[in-house]
Design a protein around this ligand. Sequence first.
Ligand SMILES: Nc1ncnc2c1ncn2[C@@H]1O[C@H](COP(=O)(O)OP(=O)(O)OP(=O)(O)O)[C@@H](O)[C@H]1O
Ligand SMILES: [Mg+2]
Length: 388
Amino acid sequence: MATVLVREETLDPSFVPPSLPGREREYGALFQRYRGAISKGLSHHQLLTGGIGSGKTALARRLGEELRRPIRAGAASLQVIYVNCWRRANDRSILLELLRSVGVSLPDRGYSLTEMLDVFEQGLRRTPGPRLIVLDEVGALVRQGTKLVYFFSRAREIALGSLSLLLVAPEDVLPYLDGASRSSFGITHSLHLEPYDEAALHKILLARAALALRPGSYSPELLLPLARAAAPRGDARFALELLANAARAAELEGRGELTPEDARRARSSLVPGESELRLDELPPPVLLALLAVARTLRGPRSGATTERIRQTYGTLAEEYGVTAVSRVTFWRTIRQLEREGLIELEPASVGRPARVTLSDVPVSHLEMLLEGRLKRAKPKSRPSVRAT
Ligand SMILES: Nc1ncnc2c1ncn2[C@@H]1O[C@H](COP(=O)(O)OP(=O)(O)OP(=O)(O)O)[C@@H](O)[C@H]1O
Ligand SMILES: [Mg+2]
């Protein structure tokens, strides 16, 4: 079988990407702040927020990996302790996890929170050195009134050395913290990741495709529609899922190369049914124009000029025994399909006519749906050829 995915593990959510396109500025700022404080033996606390797939976890993990490298040979290196708090939304279970990181294992029961904190303190003293605790998905924990943030952000005062915190959550959690903890974060210590735009998602896809896919199995332009489909959410995870789906679709069919059809199929598999419903609302002449788009785009082509599509339309009109509409009406129908979200229209530019591409429907599937509907519509005499 032809391979496209040569390093599939790099598409796994647990993979920490070597670079973070679109987040260079945020990464640089955080790195400077932590490195600056830690190199002086101080601690730094930070809150990182952002929507789903905005790169919070990737940024936190990348930061941890880089900060871990010693500043100079012989310098103490930072110990990074990463805990995902989502499944452990209480202080005890998080402390148990943290205790393991300082080499202590306590039974789950029989100790109070204060006793556990004492044991953790002893553990820290045994192996002194700077530490960074990353608490990912910390929202629920903070809303439940955790004591841990207070304890860790005051760690210097209780003589534990430099203990820095990075809290990661979808939204601002500082209002839920006690006044003392809040003041150790301060307003400047809060960074929000805006959703990715299409250009950033395209860069992310390009970088990941270069790692995961066989060179030559895809073209950079092919990733653009995937970025476009994920842009309304600004979600890099969704974009990468689309990429993985497209690559798997190609492999399943025994092809070693990604086609625009794989990209379309990946998109439609994640938004099923929607386009199908819209077809039922369209009159036969419009369906025929859409069938012309689908026929023209069958095969490796990702877009075609309206003129080319009109040629196919002419043949189809004969096939279905209807009179073809005029050029102007055809153009209007194309615009209507665009408004319905069934096709995309790239406007004409200097030296290049407008091009039609299909939004989220795989061509073969669309053809089947349209032919079925047109056949059902056919017996009713010749459809009147007026498009709105
Ligand atoms: N700038 C980026 N460069 C490369 N890959 C990225 C970037 N941002 C996110 N990713 C990738 O996108 C996926 C989702 O990112 P991540 O898990 O960091 O999102 P998140 O903000 O933590 O989302 P959630 O709120 O759901 O936990 C991961 O596979 C991650 O590696
Ligand atoms: Mg995350």
